[in-house]
Design a protein around this ligand. Structure first.
Ligand code: 4AD
Ligand code: MG
Length: 458
């Protein structure tokens, strides 16, 4: 269908002003008076709508009437002109109905609540809010790839179906082709005649495969869907989310912290410069002061504190927290928020967590109690990155696994990376959807995903 993108019209007015142009799109608003009609359309290419002006008598009446309902899909022909109010607009000559939109269309009003829009995820891409969300999601994804490309990382594709649980938190979704009523006495008997001949699940993290790739390719990253059957019904947990996981050889914990900070700043900078209209929109309507916040992040150093110091700060805060603060217990969201929102007031790396509350693969510190791991906490959200130097010593790694009751024979290939030419290496995982929340100010992870999957909702 020959037509011009609205984005192109706004971008190159010199080429089109005074000429006849054809555009397509969905009607966002329409007003009618005796002498004139205004129809605003959007085709998804530009954040800004295009206004069509129809002088009565100049456009065939029946066809004009047919395109007035909000949500109608149309094709329009007219002269592209400058206008005082809108910058540019189209003086309508001819309009054609592509798809009618009956009046039970749910998006009649100009503004709807996010809760309501969550009930119609298949239509919400037709609202300004979600247009902005998906524009930023696209740009942010490319910014991620751009950063790693510029810095010599190889993009690898790790499997989604896997037999090993990376985080060891028992949150894997199972993958099976067996009938629901299959009978078996033991777990291995049950899975023996399943599709893979053993228990399989959806990946909770691509890290283990990433490490194996890095141990030959040097620097890699993955960027893919990740699945966790957590029963956390919060605004920052999704059962299916996207994770970015770089893995870097010959890098210790300090090196990877430096990389993580540089990476976060780089993707924020790229997004601000590629999506100025969308960021303005979020700044005005979603999080007041968003631009200032992001610029502050770009222009200041992230904080750094040890877990042990963080526990002291929390204890001295005089705050009544719901969850206890004690050395050896994990930090809860309320603790993370106090540290980053109120105490440090900027992104914060908390380093050297107790080994017992972290995963088996993290490098054991000389103190015998903590591991070289860090979480990056950001104001308003809490943890967005989980990061660590990996335990490179085969015997220490095996001991950590045995302590956790993990079957060593299920991880033979992983252990081979430590057996054959082990090297210091480090990596992190950034929750992409949480990064979206941070950069846009969107409060609920459900509003950063096209079709959010959360407990009880598919
Ligand atoms: O801290 P996590 O569990 O770390 C890992 O999976 C490591 N294997 C990463 C690595 O070192 N390669 O998860 C990493 C990040 C979290 O910081 C969070 O941003 C995000 O993934 N995340 C979730 N995002 C949305 N919904 C959930 N249910 C999430 N669980 C983790
Ligand atoms: Mg974590």
């Amino acid at each position: 269908m020959k037509h011009i993108d609205i984005k192109e019209l706004y971008a190159s007015p010199d080429k089109y002003v005074g000429k006849s142009v054809t555009v397509c799109g969905w009607v966002r608003t329409a007003r009618d008076s005796k002498t004139i009609a205004f129809v605003e359309i959007n085709d998804g290419t530009a954040f800004k709508n295009m206004q069509l002006i129809a002088e009565k008598g100049k456009v065939e009446e029946e066809s004009l009437k047919s395109v007035m309902p909000v949500g109608t899909a149309i094709k329009a022909v007219g002269k592209y002109v400058e206008s005082e109010k809108n910058g540019y607009e189209i003086q309508l000559e001819k309009v054609e109905l592509l798809g009618a939109c009956p009046d039970d269309y749910p998006l009649q009003k100009k503004r709807h609540t996010l809760e309501f829009l969550r009930t119609i995820p298949h239509l919400r891409a037709r609202t300004r809010y979600f247009e902005a969300v998906f524009a930023v999601r696209d740009v942010l994804s490319h910014a991620v790839h751009g950063y790693f490309k510029r810095n010599g990382y190889k993009y690898i594709h790790a499997p989604i179906i896997t037999g090993s649980d990376c985080e060891g938190a028992g949150e894997m979704f199972r993958v099976t082709t067996k009938d629901w009523n299959a009978k078996a006495k033991t777990e291995s008997e049950y899975y023996k005649d399943d599709f893979f001949g053993k228990k399989a699940g959806l990946t909770v993290s691509a890290q283990l495969e990433g490490e194996m790739a890095a141990m030959g390719l040097g620097r890699i990253y993955t960027f893919g869907p990740t699945f966790r059957a957590e029963h956390s019904n919060t605004t920052r947990h999704a059962a299916e989310f996207w994770q970015i996981e770089p893995e870097v050889c010959f890098a210790d914990i300090d090196d990877i912290i430096e990389i993580a900070e540089d990476f976060i700043k780089s993707i924020i900078r790229d997004t601000i410069s590629a999506c100025p209209d969308e960021i303005d929109f979020f700044d005005s309507w979603v999080e007041k002061g968003l631009k200032e916040k992001l610029n502050h992040v770009l222009n200041s150093d992230f904080g750094r504190v040890t877990y042990t110091e963080a526990v002291e700060i929390l204890k001295k805060s005089g705050r009544q927290f719901t969850y206890p603060v004690e050395w050896g217990l994990d930090l809860q969201t309320e603790h993370e928020k106090y540290l980053t929102d109120e105490y440090f007031k900027k992104p914060l790396f908390v380093v050297d967590y107790p080994a017992d509350i972290k995963a088996f693969y993290m490098k054991q510190n000389p103190d015998g109690k903590t591991v070289a791991a860090t979480d990056l906490l950001v104001p308003g959200i809490g943890e967005i990155i989980g990061c660590s130097e990996r335990e490179a010593d085969l015997e220490k790694l095996k001991a950590a696994m045995t302590k956790r009751g993990m079957p060593l024979d299920g991880y033979t290939e992983y252990l081979d990376t430590r057996k054959y030419g082990s090297v210091p290496h480090s990596g992190f995982g950034l929750g992409f959807d949480r990064a979206m929340m941070y950069i846009t100010g969107v409060q609920n992870i459900r509003d950063t995903l096209l079709f959010p999957r959360t407990v009880g909702t598919l």
